[in-house]
Design a protein around this ligand. Structure first.
Ligand code: GDP
Ligand code: ZN
Length: 459
């Protein structure tokens, strides 16, 4: 347990109905007694996990704000320490005044993520669970939220612990053989260790594969809408958003600023960008837009290329099609609603082999649901997760799994090549440690510092 008591504003700074100052540590209750006046002076007697009505007062006894105070006694709290949460009015000034009073009574301002770090170090959460808190806060879709909540509930951690447990079993088996070298490694023992190692490796590889999907749900897909001016890019974005945030206009080249929106496509956050028309231009302002378009193609995971079916393929369209290169892209023949279609699907397909070509009308909303299907297929590659798969969502976890996999592969090679068993055992131990970095059972102080520094203050 820590000696000092920490405090921070736990709600966003701005106007809100309520705002919360969170205080955690051995002095939390004493500090609250100094600044909180309840009708019942002896409020702590009511016991843990109660909510009290009263006023926050300064040293002169002047009322600062009306407040509800929740009192939670260790160990059944987020940090496993005594926690007091002061719910006052959600304005910048009342929150800062209350925080100042708390700090004035001896608390220290919490570092970002320090509450969660204490929760981890006091054994309330493992590291993967603590990390999921930030993913819950930042979740962009229901699917992303569900993934993060399952991690908070320990789904991933249980999986990792079971892998670690099996590795320990292997290590014990190896040790037994190493301790009695005169008997040598019996063929049967070697074969058994080999089989279990391969099973473990394939389980880890499965998790690594799933990480691609997890990352998609967690971080989303950067998508860019490109095409010549007036083909209907902004209209498409609007149709997808079903609201009028982008500028739709008759004049070519007016979408000069890049507009970014986040769409929710069947749980996948699509970070979508509408760009200025991609074409050579004399107009300086538009040039900036064109340069940015090229730039955003480079950074995009997925390209939606719009062609105007009412106008037929122009030279400009061909060079845009060329510019997508090997990127994942979907080609949209827009304005399918017009009387005369001047574009040939076959020609477009031959220019961009491998990219699906769809007919849509941005204006009438035709073909949009097929577009969504195609996006999901393309992004997940038919790997839509079933509800009981454990998904790894964080890059850090994926990297730890990759390290574990490579050590395990080394171990397998070692057994195969009849290397000395203590060498094999070193690799297995490393794999075990790599897995432990995920749950925090084998992580170092600076790894922890780096992880929790990414949290916001008050969490
Ligand atoms: P952008 O320059 O590519 O962003 O194109 P806009 O979205 O600004 O659209 C250019 C023009 O095409 C506007 O007049 C739109 O109303 C029109 N337009 C866009 N989509 C469609 C469509 O599906 N059908 C028809 N008939 N017109 C469309
Ligand atoms: Zn536009």
């Amino acid at each position: 347990m820590y000696e000092d008591t920490i405090a921070a504003i736990a709600t966003p700074l701005g106007e809100g109905g309520i705002g919360i100052v969170r205080v955690s540590g051995p002095e939390a209750v004493e500090i609250a007694k100094l600044i909180f006046r309840a009708k019942n002076k002896n409020w702590t007697a009511a016991g843990s996990h109660h909510l009290f009505y009263g006023h926050i007062v300064d040293r002169e006894g002047v009322v600062v704000d009306e407040a509800l105070l929740s009192y939670m006694q260790a160990p059944y709290t987020y940090t496993r320490e005594d926690i007091v949460e002061i719910n006052c009015h959600g304005g910048i000034v009342p929150l800062r005044r209350v925080l100042e009073l708390v700090l004035g009574c001896g608390a220290r301002l919490a570092e970002p993520g320090e509450f969660s770090k204490r929760a981890f170090l006091n054994g309330r959460l493992d590291l993967a669970q603590a990390e999921s808190v930030i993913d819950i806060i930042r979740a962009r879709t229901d699917a992303g939220l569900k993934l993060a909540v399952s991690q908070l509930r320990g789904e991933l951690s249980r999986h990792i612990f079971s892998l670690q447990h099996k590795l320990l079993g292997l290590l014990a088996q190896l040790e037994a053989v190493v301790d009695f070298p005169e008997e040598g490694l019996e063929e049967s023992a070697a074969a058994e260790i080999m089989v279990i190692s391969k099973d473990l490796l394939s389980e880890i590889e499965q998790l690594i594969k799933g990480a691609e999907t997890g990352k998609i749900y967690r971080e989303g897909i950067s998508t860019v809408i490109i095409g010549r001016p007036n083909v209907g890019k902004s209209s498409l974005l609007n149709a997808m958003l079903r609201e009028d945030r982008a500028i739709v206009t008759e004049i070519p080249g007016t979408t000069r600023d890049i507009i970014e929106e986040i769409l929710n496509i069947r749980g996948i956050p699509l970070k979508i960008i509408d760009t200025a028309g991609l074409r050579e231009t004399e107009d300086e302002v538009e040039k900036i837009g064109v340069a940015r378009t090229r730039d955003s193609i480079g950074r995009a995971d997925l390209i939606l290329l719009v062609l105007d079916a009412a106008r037929g393929l122009a030279g400009g369209d061909r060079s845009i099609i060329e510019s997508i290169g090997e990127k994942k892209s979907i080609i949209l023949l827009n304005k399918v609603d017009v009387a005369e279609i001047k574009i040939e699907q076959g020609e477009v397909e031959s220019l961009a082999p491998g990219s699906p070509v769809l007919w849509i009308s941005a204006e009438q909303g035709t073909g949009l649901s097929e577009l969504e299907d195609t996006i999901v297929d393309m992004v997940l590659g038919g790997r839509a997760p079933s509800s009981d798969t454990v998904l790894v969502a964080s890059l850090r976890h994926k990297q730890a799994l990759e390290k574990a996999a490579s050590h395990l592969a080394e171990a397998i090679n070692g057994i195969h090549g009849k290397l000395p068993l203590d060498m094999v055992s070193i690799d297995l131990r490393s794999a075990w440690e790599n897995l432990g970095e995920i749950t925090g059972s084998t992580s170092t102080e600076d790894l922890l510092d780096r992880i929790f520094a990414d949290f916001c203050i008050g969490k």
